[in-house]
Write a protein that binds this ligand. Structure first.
Ligand code: NAD
Length: 509
């Protein structure tokens, strides 16, 4: 463990305030990080104070005035170097993610791969920040739009993707000409420190040490301060719906922009004609991957009547084969939950499920004899669509199975929750698949056919509707959110015609 930390320039005691310069953190609050794997202390971080934050934002603003003048393709060259640095540190960073948040090693490394992929995407994007040209209704006039950088972007991230979500935002924001101030989760500050240091060093070698700043605190206060800060035109916040409501409201009050990536309650519809050989492994990966702590985790299985018995028995036998244990070990597929509060959420939810008439098919308990008390059994519950708890996001591996009569009822149940992130259908019917993807089908930001709800690629725009917040990050045209649009009209004639044919000739009146 010590070797990993050392190779990533981390110490047992770290500073939590990094702007264009390292600011000795002055809050006098110390955040100690324990691995959920075995409870061992990984290190600690001295938290940034409000005053440190203010200095860092001022430095970031100064960097922005310079950075925005660098042509976008040259900004892209710097992001290319960052991608290469991340590539060379992928194993160490992936292991740190595993140590700090407990996801299995393949997923820890997968997260760093996502950061590398989005860096590659951003390099190409740096030559494609296109604006449209329109035909003016006035003779000898040219009309077009162009995109300019916004300024200092505040990025608030959740514990469960401690590296990738920051990279989705920051690689794109940087090629757009913005600079970034990051407030990571208090549950994953070491990954943030390591990744920020790598990216910051590359930026500093090109004269832009303030391109990526970092403020670490032991709670939400600095995030709240960012949300209220007029100097930050955009706040991109990833986390629970509760957090998103608070950030969204605060940013809206000052007429700023927010990009919200919040909780999900994702479902898969399994129709009678589905290929269960595809469906079963997708369900298991979706429901159990990252121990049910992904925003896109499959939480509800909506099954057409007639196949529920066969499906449940295949799932129960797949669940029996899952190895729960130390996520650093080969072959382990389920690691620990992040902390005691998460375990309590799991056990409380199970009590409530039973009260509301749910039937536990398998799992439903804490695993004994593990190196920490944070390991829980992935759980399958036979549930009714009327159970109120089914509408909540319980951030643990609990899968509800709900039986329905057919596609119409499946879509109605599917859309009956407040969240709207990811969704999928398993069917071999073209009609059913298209119906699910149509305007009368899934109401989510992501809708898949014969693929599960989790494991999105960076090339698409990622995000969800309703209580999930409406934001879109990562690929496609998500970059537009990090820029401001300007419409330009140029008159190259010797006359001054007005739009809509309006005459305003004061000399003849
Ligand atoms: P959380 O809401 O507890 O915390 C997320 C971040 O917000 C942390 O950095 C925290 O300090 C900060 N924060 C909390 N309250 C705040 C406030 N009032 N103002 C400003 N900042 C505040 O979430 P978590 O437990 O770290 O992560 C799990 C949640 O994140 C789940 O709901 C999950 O679905 C969601 N998530 C969503 C996505 C997505 O892309 N939609 C991705 C990952 C996680």
């Amino acid at each position: 463990m010590e070797e990993i930390l050392k190779s990533l320039n981390l110490n047992s005691q770290n500073n939590g305030a990094w702007g264009a310069e390292e600011i000795p953190a002055s809050s006098e609050r110390n955040l100690t990080v324990h691995s959920p794997i075995d409870g061992k202390e990984l290190g600690s971080v001295l938290c940034a104070s409000n005053a440190d934050y203010d200095v860092i934002v001022e430095q970031a603003r100064k960097t922005f005035y310079e950075w925005r003048q660098l042509p976008a393709p040259r900004r892209g060259q710097i992001i290319r170097e960052i991608g290469n640095q991340l590539r060379s540190k992928k194993q160490a960073l992936g292991k740190l993610v595993t140590l700090e948040v407990g996801k299995v090693l393949a997923e820890g490394e997968g997260e760093i791969q996502e950061a590398i992929d989005i860096a590659d995407f951003a390099v190409g994007l740096s030559r494609q920040l296109y604006g449209k040209t329109m035909h003016s209704e006035r003779p000898a006039h040219r009309m077009y739009e162009q995109w300019h950088p916004l300024g200092v972007v505040g990025v608030i991230t959740a514990f469960n993707f401690p590296a990738a979500v920051w990279a989705w935002n920051s690689m794109i924001a940087a090629v757009c000409g913005d600079v970034v101030v990051w407030k990571p989760s208090e549950k994953a500050p070491l990954t943030a420190l390591a990744i920020n240091k790598i990216c910051r060093d590359v930026a500093a070698s090109h004269g832009f040490p303030g391109l990526f700043s970092l403020v670490i605190s032991d709670g939400p206060e600095l995030g709240q301060r960012m949300a209220a800060d007029q100097r930050l035109p955009l706040i991109s916040a990833t986390g629970s719906c509760r957090m998103g409501r608070s950030v969204g409201e605060t940013v809206a009050k000052r007429l700023g922009r927010s990009l919200l990536e919040l909780g999900g309650n994702n479902a898969m519809i399994i129709l009678k004609d589905a290929d269960l050989k595809l469906a079963v492994p997708s369900i298991v990966f979706g429901a159990v991957g990252t121990a049910g702590q992904r925003c896109t985790t499959t939480r509800r299985l909506i099954v057409e009547k007639g196949i529920e018995k066969e499906l449940l028995s295949s799932l129960a036998s797949a669940y029996k084969q899952l190895r729960i244990g130390n996520p650093l070990e080969q072959g382990v597929l389920v690691g620990p939950l992040i902390d005691k509060a998460a375990v309590l959420m799991y056990t409380n939810a199970l009590d409530e499920i039973k009260k509301q008439g749910g039937e536990i098919v398998c799992g439903g308990e804490i695993v004994k004899g593990m190196p920490s008390d944070l390991y829980v059994k992935p759980t399958i519950v036979k549930a009714k669509k009327s159970m109120p708890i089914v509408k909540e996001e319980i951030f643990a591996p609990i899968l509800y199975v709900i039986t329905v009569e057919g596609l119409d009822e499946a879509i109605e149940v599917h859309n009956s929750v407040p969240q709207g992130l990811s969704s999928s259908i398993f069917t071999t019917s073209l009609q059913s698949a298209e119906r699910f993807l149509s305007a009368t089908g899934s109401d989510c930001g992501i809708a898949n056919v014969n693929i599960g709800t989790s494991g999105a690629e960076i090339g698409g725009a990622f995000g969800g509707e309703k209580d999930t917040g409406g934001g879109r990050e990562s690929g496609s045209d998500s970059w537009r959110q990090y820029m401001r649009r300007q419409t330009n009209t140029i008159n190259w004639s010797n006359a001054l015609p007005l739009a809509q044919g309006i005459k305003f000739d004061y000399s003849s009146s």
